[in-house]
Design a binder for this molecule. Structure first.
Ligand SMILES: [Cu+2]
Length: 322
């Protein structure tokens, strides 16, 4: 089959070359110079530019229309609102620049197509233009970056100890997540990879006082609405990434290092089901580092509910040492 395809492709190339040769001989016999660009060639190329401009822009806007509903629903966390604003602002700016520059590029290619009646003007340099197209994008980028840094600093600040919050550790391993709540004492007990043994899959130190009331949860974890959640991330094998898209949150889980992130959930699962019109909607924790064969399935459901429901659920979970 491969040989047949290779022969077919070669034959097509040979046919093309022969056709060109025939065209050359025909032009020569008429006394024409086949290398000369004629005005009608220029016009034809110019009209192709406009055809391409229309098709390209139509395809661009069609894609927004066709795939636009695949984007995430409105953010379900406090910091998700300025985060989405910045994302949309950036998308808005680059999309308008994309559309405008392509209109100019292809329109000018059309307008200044070859004509025997005019000679090209040699324009080498303009300091004024150089300044404009350096300063304008720099200013736009500075505003975007300052805005982003400001948001980033706010998002990354750990929840102050005196603020009421949930302290939750997420540990990644090939190919599962384990959640650990700090329990009554609001402190996570010590843990270390060398203590991993049997059912103690994340290596929690059973001799540590703070570990005794910790609650270890698999499959799904619950969060109270409108209460800050301080996350601590660990990994016990390779790098994973805790990705909670609806909360606009992602943090790497690195072996040997504890990373952190916090957010305030603002919409319960029930509210989000109404907003999305999907009665099966569930918040989700995904691994966002391609970490191996079952990476795609490394996930955990997240339930956001009222504080009362959350406390009731947490009370039903078993403590680490009972
Ligand atoms: Cu992973």
């Amino acid at each position: 089959m491969t040989v047949v395809i290779v022969i077919a492709v070669l034959l097509v190339i040979v046919t093309g070359v022969q056709l060109l040769k025939i065209a050359e001989l025909r032009a020569k016999s008429k006394g024409e110079n086949i290398w000369e660009v004629k005005e009608k060639d220029g016009k034809f190329q110019a009209s192709l530019m406009i055809v391409f401009l229309i098709a390209y822009m139509a395809y661009f806007f069609w894609q927004i229309y066709a795939w636009g509903d695949r984007v995430l629903p409105e953010p379900a966390s406090e910091h998700g609102v300025p985060y989405d604003f910045l994302l949309n602002l950036t998308l808005g700016i680059i999309s308008s620049v994309f559309v405008l520059t392509h209109i100019f590029l292809l329109y000018f290619a059309y307008k200044y197509a070859y004509s025997a009646k005019r000679k090209a003007y040699h324009f080498a340099h303009s300091n004024k233009l150089e300044l404009i197209w350096t300063i304008v994008p720099s200013l736009a980028l500075t505003v975007l970056i300052l805005f982003g840094l400001n948001n980033w600093n706010k998002i990354m600040k750990p929840v102050p100890a005196e603020t009421e919050h949930v302290l939750l550790e997420l540990t990644g391993q090939q190919f599962t997540w384990t959640a650990r709540y700090a329990g009554e004492d609001k402190k996570l007990g010590r843990s270390h990879v060398t203590l991993i043994e049997g059912a103690n899959a994340t290596g929690v130190d059973a001799t540590d006082e703070f570990a005794k009331d910790d609650k270890i949860v698999k499959g799904e974890f619950h969060l109270p609405v409108n209460v800050p959640v301080q996350f601590v991330f660990r990994s016990i094998d390779i790098i994973h990434s805790a990705y909670m898209p609806h909360f606009r949150s992602q943090m790497n889980c690195v072996p040997g290092v504890k990373t952190q992130f916090n957010f305030v959930p603002t919409k319960t699962t029930a509210e989000m089901r109404e907003i999305t019109g999907n009665k099966d909607f569930n918040y989700i924790l995904l691994c966002n580092k391609i970490c191996g064969a079952a990476h795609y399935n490394m996930q955990m459901d997240i339930v956001v509910e009222s504080k009362e429901d959350y406390e009731k659920w947490l009370a039903e979970q078993k403590s680490f040492v009972e």
